[in-house]
Design a protein around this ligand. Sequence first.
Ligand code: ZN
Ligand code: ZN
Length: 63
Amino acid sequence: MTDNQLCYERATCSHCDGEGCLYCDKTGSVLVRAPKKPCRHCDGVGCFYCGFTGWAGLKGKYD
Ligand SMILES: [Zn+2]
Ligand SMILES: [Zn+2]
């Protein structure tokens, strides 16, 4: 077992509200580190820090 086995869960993309867009790869949702919490920089609105998804701990970005 490795100790970097983080848990992720699906969260609705705040940029498109689930419609699907560039930032969520047209899926309408993104994988974020569990427990999911809104980006502290933009309060879930979407900004540079959260990849415009509105969520903190976005998978891929900080892996
Ligand atoms: Zn989206
Ligand atoms: Zn943000």
